[in-house]
Design a protein around this ligand. Structure first.
Ligand SMILES: Nc1nc2c(c(=O)[nH]1)N(C=O)[C@@H](CNc1ccc(C(=O)N[C@@H](CCC(=O)O)C(=O)O)cc1)CN2
Ligand SMILES: Nc1ncnc2c1ncn2[C@@H]1O[C@H](COP(=O)(O)OP(=O)(O)OP(=O)(O)O)[C@@H](O)[C@H]1O
Length: 187
């Protein structure tokens, strides 16, 4: 399968999930995350889910992070430059959905990328080497390239890895671990 075919297949697979499956699987992913050795850090980037695209619901993970008193970083999407800017999530942060249905902070304290210790990464599909396919605009490829080498990159997926290996491009940064409802994969 080509990258475009995989992208479309996994978009469809997601659209077939019911609201209950999304909720249960997202809880299972948050519980899997709790088992991992990833909680010794300070700054955690979390993507805020696009409900219309039936992404993993990260609100349970957000509660976990807040319960552990972590610094939570959320991002604003800049479609013109295909870039993200990062803000500390506080009680005062106002979150609004942009025109793509991505909840994002309006303003606040901007966090420099190099401070971020752990990044939870959205994806459509991933392979046995930790390579991922996203929506194809390179937002996370760019962001992960800016991160420190020791920043932990954690993918979240409703589905198990692809059988076929993806051909990585030079800008592709491999994930360190992917969490699915059933298990997790370190690469
Ligand atoms: N929650 C979340 N935030 C994220 C990402 C993500 O995958 N998930 N992104 C990861 O890189 C970036 C945003 N990428 C996006 C890419 C495409 C569309 C979108 O809606 N595109 C088309 C068609 C999509 C479809 O066919 O399903 C549209 O306009 O309808 C939205 C966001 C940055 N922020
Ligand atoms: N670090 C980068 N600098 C410049 N261009 C980049 C960079 N990373 C990715 N791109 C460009 O962005 C486009 C999309 O990349 P790719 O198909 O790998 O996205 P993806 O991993 O599927 O999606 P995403 O990262 O948006 O979730 C490509 O045309 C690629 O050349």
């Amino acid at each position: 399968m080509t990258k475009a075919e995989i992208r479309n297949l996994y978009k469809q697979k997601r659209q077939h999930l019911s609201a209950l499956q999304i909720e249960e699987n997202s809880i299972a992913i948050a519980n899997q995350a709790l088992q991992l050795d990833i909680w010794q850090h300070t700054y955690y980037h979390l993507f805020l889910s696009m409900a219309r695209h039936k992404e993993v619901d990260t609100s349970m993970l957000l509660h976990v992070l807040q319960g552990k008193d972590k610094q939570v970083v959320v991002s604003k999407t800049h479609f013109k430059t295909h870039s993200l800017s990062h803000f500390l999530l506080t009680d005062a942060t106002i979150i609004k959905e942009n025109s793509f249905g991505i909840p994002e902070p309006q303003d606040g304290l901007e966090v420099p990328v190099h401070k971020i210790d752990v990044v939870f990464v959205p994806l459509l599909a991933f392979d046995q080497n930790g390579h991922r396919i996203g929506y194809g605009q390179g937002f996370y490829d760019r962001f992960l390239n800016e991160c420190r080498n020791d920043t932990l990159k954690v993918g979240l997926s409703f589905f198990e890895p692809l059988d076929q290996a993806l051909q990585p491009q030079t800008h592709d940064v491999a994930l360190d671990v992917v969490i699915t409802p059933e298990q997790h994969y370190w690469f």
